[in-house]
Design a protein around this ligand. Structure first.
Ligand SMILES: [Zn+2]
Ligand SMILES: [Zn+2]
Length: 243
């Protein structure tokens, strides 16, 4: 026989607590333990999914390729300005997922991303975009936490110091028009690379990759781009969108 008060309690409405199980998110440690257990049981191979922050990072870094030469070039430029600490952290990457953006500067990691298609715009690109983005990092570094305008006086000053005075805040490269038809083709007389162009190039245009590799990025007649018949270019480089 139960004591009287228990019986009373049970009969009074509203006194019985409704207990709903509260779902707790699994802690990373528990998730790992669970994965380990399943693995030990030999059910299937379990790879614990990366956490959301890591996943975003993986997605963001997909396809990125570091450019050792441009990284060294960028570091040299910044060292010459006396910013050794920034120079040490600098890294320059090619990012094939940039569409209309020519370049990006990541302040938190001192990383510069360049649009992989800048290679189609010799001979000033991608050196100019590299300097543009570098100026963002320099201005931010010098500001040391002080809020500044992205393309304000500090950035313009850095641009001048990096050899691109009067740089515009926006690029005028036809990157946005992805399906633009290239009517002119050129070929480097040194490396044989095919360069598609919408408009005719001057007779003095040289291959940027070659100038960079063999001539410290400076122009040289040895790497002139010669006009190539369109039909031949289509056969040699079908990946470009030709007219
Ligand atoms: Zn900018
Ligand atoms: Zn070349």
């Amino acid at each position: 026989m139960l004591p009287e008060y228990r019986q009373l309690n049970l009969e009074l409405p509203g006194l019985v607590e409704q207990r709903r199980p509260i779902k707790k998110p699994r802690s990373p440690r528990r998730r790992k333990r669970l994965a380990k257990t399943v693995e030990l049981l030999g059910l299937f191979e379990v790879v614990p999914p990366p956490d959301p922050v890591k996943r975003a990072q993986i997605a963001q870094e997909r396809g990125l390729k570091i450019d050792v030469g441009l990284t060294a070039q960028a570091r040299e430029l910044v060292e010459a300005m006396g910013l050794d600490e920034l120079a040490e952290q600098l890294q320059v990457y090619w990012n094939p997922r940039l569409i209309t953006t020519a370049g990006l500067a990541h302040h938190s990691t001192s990383r510069i991303d360049l649009n992989s298609r800048l290679i189609d715009f010799p001979p000033d690109e991608p050196g100019r975009t590299l300097r543009h983005e570098l100026a963002h990092l320099v201005a931010h570094y010098r500001a040391a936490g002080r809020g500044i305008q992205p393309h304000g006086p500090e950035w313009r000053e850095a641009c001048a110091a990096l050899g691109i005075p009067g740089e515009q805040r926006c690029h005028d490269l036809p990157l946005a028009r992805r399906s633009v038809r290239r009517k002119f083709a050129y070929q480097c007389r040194n490396c044989g690379i095919i360069v598609p162009r919408v408009r005719k190039l001057s007779r003095h245009s040289a291959c940027y990759p070659c100038c960079r590799t063999h001539n410290r990025g400076r122009y040289s007649k040895r790497f002139l781009l010669d006009p190539l018949p369109l039909e031949e270019a289509k056969k040699l480089a079908p990946e470009h969108s030709w007219a």
